[in-house]
Ligand binder design. Structure first.
Ligand SMILES: [Zn+2]
Length: 268
């Protein structure tokens, strides 16, 4: 299912296979001035291509190679002949998508491989210039797009909530914290995240998230220095894993979060 909401000149396009599910498992793409930021999941790829008819699509950017950001590519290229750009490290991964967890196949689907071009340091549309801001914490090549005159920041998977309690094993939490400090310094007026709602005047929420992660990381390191095990630290701070961890076969878990904050102590 696809639903859309205009936020001024930016159209949020929400996609979900299970819209009635409590969390909805939505993922968002954004259309602005002919630029599509991310192309969503496989299960809604054909629907997205139909939805974009008569919407003056000119170009698309994948913010990183995860399957819920790239899977409309092939359909949009076939229907509209557009160029699609992705960060350098993502190009091969989009052309040869990796195996997915069963839940990922169920919720988002496996992407049809597509050929994309390497993204430079900005994207121009008819009326705007979008700067590429590297934010490598969530994935080494994830980028945000920044339109300075309007203060628009397309944050991909960098911003999810102000109190995250789980992450992927590949997430680097200290780097995510640095990424958040970097985007906070841009003083964005609106955040357009992939996994959640649009956030107007996000300074307070970004500050809240930055403080939360700083305190969480420091507390985890302190407990580790006192000799507590990773498992024990997780139990003390997060009590038990939530349903999401079970549902994602532990791909997203609080244990991953503890390990990520301790990566300098545990080694890789
Ligand atoms: Zn991602």
């Amino acid at each position: 299912m696809i639903a859309s909401t205009p936020y001024g000149e930016v159209l949020q396009i929400r996609m979900s296979r299970y819209p009635d599910f409590p969390s909805g498992m939505w993922v968002c793409a954004y259309l602005v001035d002919g630029l599509l930021v991310d192309t969503g999941m496989a299960h809604t790829a054909e629907e997205l291509a139909k939805f974009l008819k008569d919407k003056h699509l000119k170009v698309a950017v994948n913010t990183h190679f995860h399957e819920d950001h790239i899977s409309g590519n092939k359909f949009l290229q076939d229907d509209y002949g557009i160029e699609i750009y992705a960060p350098a490290l993502s190009v091969d991964k989009i052309n040869k998508p990796a195996k997915l967890y069963p839940y990922q196949e169920e919720v988002w689907g496996y992407p049809v491989p597509s050929v994309v071009k390497t993204l430079g340091d900005h994207v121009n549309t008819q009326n705007y210039r979008f700067e590429v801001i590297p934010t490598p914490g969530h994935e080494r090549d994830q980028i945000c797009l920044w339109e300075k005159t309007n203060g628009w920041l397309f944050t991909s998977d960098l911003y999810i909530s102000t109190e995250p309690v789980a992450c992927r094993s590949t997430d680097d939490m200290w780097q995510i914290l640095a990424d958040l400090e970097n985007i906070r310094a841009l003083n964005p007026q609106v955040l357009f995240p992939a996994p959640t709602h649009v956030v107007y005047e996000p300074a307070a929420k970004l500050d809240e998230l930055i403080s939360y992660l700083e305190e969480l990381g420091t507390r985890i390191e302190e407990l580790y220095k006192k000799g507590k095990s990773v498992e024990r630290i997780k139990e003390e701070i997060f009590s038990s894993e939530d349903m999401f961890a079970q549902m994602t076969q532990q791909q997203f878990s609080s244990l991953n979060m503890v390990k990520s904050f301790l990566k300098n102590h545990l080694g890789s």
